[in-house]
Design a protein around this ligand. Structure first.
Ligand SMILES: [Mn+2]
Length: 403
């Protein structure tokens, strides 16, 4: 059976709203043409409570999948919830969709509508002719709870079937900055394929000797170095154990680094002009995004240099250009661990980055209340009404903390 892995569609992502929709649509349509089944390891939506317009985008895309004549079908569901379709499209909620317990997430709404099967904390069997495969999944949970959840559900492969394990979590080997993150070794043993979302650039690794795949997001979100590679999805063939990455036509993103050390502004300006000319040489339908990163040390003030470059950027019509001078001030070599950590942080969304800072701050202050730190973070970011969330969080903290 051919299984497509499409992840982190981020429908509703404000900065590239149209890209998010068209690229998600292209990825899923292409996947449905090539594959017998589609699995989605989280973040279909960019928000925990997507607006009706964004839900409508989701319904539009998934309705087309529903209308396809699938030969493969879901033939068994083992889990606590219920599913309402037998089409082989299985998804789990990710970080961006995760909500406090007892409130419905958008993936469950799609499940209730029968547009996909919510695979969270369940094992789903898909059959095509005589071949049966199974997909076991843990929906995205807070990082403190993930180890307990894995223990609680003690996922195991289905004997005699090609078995896939799907999740949406930070993995320590890829994001080494919290002891709470699970390691590859913490994943349940015995599966034939491991699949995760959450990280927005492509990852190919091995877990317990078997392939571990993250396709990355279908839309540009963070404008970090790792997002320069083409977007797309994996298709895994369970018969041959081979897999292939299929590209989609995503907006191009380029990072151009310019070392400003010992150069005067006119030299730097010229380099910027040259880099932009080169980057926009081939004409494409969607204007590419180019991030110019200034590096090094200069005697000229960076403000002066930025001003000069801003002029060029304003006049560029073939691209969307961004200027970043983050590396100018602190150019000294950092320790290896610190630089690895910084690099990993670059792969996080703003929300996750906020959570990292929040967790670190709590740790520094010896936080030990009855509510886990990331649950507290979730509560505090659940609503835009500050007083309401603070009151609710205080109530829960006081209730659950032993005197
Ligand atoms: Mn994501």
């Amino acid at each position: 059976m051919k299984v497509a892995i499409v992840s982190d569609l981020h429908l509703g992502y404000e900065r590239f709203y149209d890209d998010a929709y068209t690229q998600a649509s292209e990825a899923l349509t292409k996947a449905s043409e090539i594959a017998d089944a589609i699995i989605i390891p989280g973040d279909i939506f960019d928000f925990r409570s997507p607006k009706p317009d964004v839900i409508a985008q989701g319904l539009n895309i998934f309705r087309q999948l529903k209308d396809k004549m699938w030969e493969a079908r879901i033939t068994k569901y083992s889990g606590q919830g219920r599913i309402f379709t037998d089409i082989p499209v299985i998804a789990i909620p990710g970080t961006h969709e995760r909500r406090a317990q007892d409130s419905e997430n958008a993936v469950e709404i799609m499940n209730l509508a029968g547009f996909l099967a919510n695979g969270s904390e369940a094992t789903i069997e898909i059959s095509k002719g005589a071949e049966k495969i199974s997909v076991s999944s843990l929906g995205g949970v807070s990082e403190e709870r993930v180890k307990d959840m894995l223990k609680e559900y003690s996922f195991s492969p289905v004997p005699g079937q090609f078995s896939i394990f799907m999740l949406h979590q930070s993995i320590y080997e890829l994001l080494p900055f919290s002891d709470e993150f699970i390691c590859y070794d913490d994943l349940p043993k015995g599966f034939d394929l491991y699949v995760s979302g959450h990280i927005h650039s492509k990852v190919i690794a091995k877990v317990h000797g078997k392939p571990f795949l993250i396709p990355g997001s279908t839309v540009l979100t963070q404008l970090k170095d790792g997002e320069q590679e083409p977007k797309g999805f994996f298709v895994f063939d369970t018969q041959t154990n081979e897999y292939k990455f299929h590209e989609i036509s995503s907006r191009k993103f380029m990072v151009e680094r310019i070392d400003i050390s010992d150069k005067d502004p006119s030299q730097i300006k010229m380099e910027v002009v040259e880099k932009l000319a080169k980057a926009t040489k081939s004409k494409v339908q969607n204007k590419p995004i180019i991030r110019i990163v200034l590096e090094g040390r200069s005697n000229e003030s960076t403000k002066q240099i930025s001003m000069e470059i801003s002029e060029i950027i304003k006049n560029e019509t073939n691209a969307v250009v961004e200027l970043s001078k983050g590396n100018v001030e602190n150019y000294e070599m950092e320790s290896n661990i610190e630089s690895l950590r910084q690099k990993s942080i670059e792969n996080l969304s703003i929300k996750d980055y906020g959570m990292v800072l929040f967790l670190e701050r709590l740790k520094d202050n010896n936080y030990k209340l009855g509510v886990s730190a990331s649950e507290l973070f979730d509560m505090l970011t659940a609503d835009t009404n500050k007083e309401k969330v603070i009151k609710k969080a205080t109530d829960i903290v006081l209730e659950s903390t032993p005197p």
